[in-house]
Design a protein around this ligand. Sequence first.
Ligand code: NAD
Length: 353
Amino acid sequence: MHDFELSMLPWNLVFGAGAVGTLPTRMDHMSLCRALVLSTPEQATQAKRIASLLGNRAAGSFSEARMHVPVDVANAARERARALECDCCVSIGGGSTTGLGKALALDPGIPLIAIPTTYAGSEMTNIWGITDGGRKHTGRDLKVLPSLTIYDAELTLDLPLSMTGVSAMNALAQATVNAYDPRPSPLVRTMALEAISTLSKALPDVMSQPHDIDAREQLLYGASLAAAALGTGVTSLHHKLCHTLGGTFNTPHAETHTIMLPYTTAYNAPAVPQLMAPVATALGSDSAAAGIFNLAAGLGLPTSLDHIGIGAGDLDHIASIVLEQPPQNPRAVTKTAIMALLEQALAGTRPAG
Ligand code: NAD
């Protein structure tokens, strides 16, 4: 074992079917009384239900959350929070809505209560992201970590299968990167491997029985663990590529992770064979990259960049942006290597290794 340092994040989590019903009492215990309820337009009805559950603890709502937190959306929500003199925000939704809550936690600096309804896991990390001028800017700040997260699997039962599969693969990416990277502590690696095992078992169950509450709870738990690993661990080439695709080409976040994960894993495998072997075992496969590809392809999830509108003519631009600030990564990052990796992801065939 190598020497390590670790700072755990101060998570405050509640897991349970129906647990959202306890939100008003929990807000009272936290001395919070004027919430701005955040959602996307697609989840405005769920947000209304939260607002009516909160009664006069809901100062208002803002249902314009969008993927990758565009700066104009963040600023509009900030204006609403200030005008309504909100003392907190409650996000109900996936990573886009949690991300908007994080923007409010940064400025005007009000606490965030997160109710996640996808497997993106943003609620477990201190990572924020805002997109401005075609670039996604990210950073880490403890201020953006939710003061409370309520995981209520009942709210995930109607997440469409098209989103369920790719969102769980997004969680798998967070865990995989932190399981094979030598930098995180053994504790983070333990969480990451447990997440890989939980997610890869629960996902096929949920895809065949979407209304099975136990399977949905397992998937939510796996996603929470995966994001705990990301929140206390690292990002590397995989995340840099996905953020470049999302920030510059506006590709859908979860699909992008789903497509890139087998190829970034295969790329790193020769550099860290001892760390990659337990990843394969957790997936129940001989090879981590092939195991991930087989899981995705077996569930009919996308495997090629072509699926999200990226063509051969875009690859050089993507590689150049990544190399403007090359990420720390287990295997050295060069232009030739990124181009080869992207060409494989465009071809969409099972990676070797
Ligand atoms: P999303 O939040 O954009 O959700 C996708 C769609 O699904 C939206 O229309 C949403 O309203 C809908 N939806 C969500 N839950 C639903 C439910 N239960 N039933 C019906 N519809 C539902 O997608 P996402 O993949 O969860 O989040 C992506 C965003 O999260 C990206 O911007 C990404 O960068 C960010 N993210 C951040 C972190 C972090 O640590 N900061 C981690 C993961 C993702």
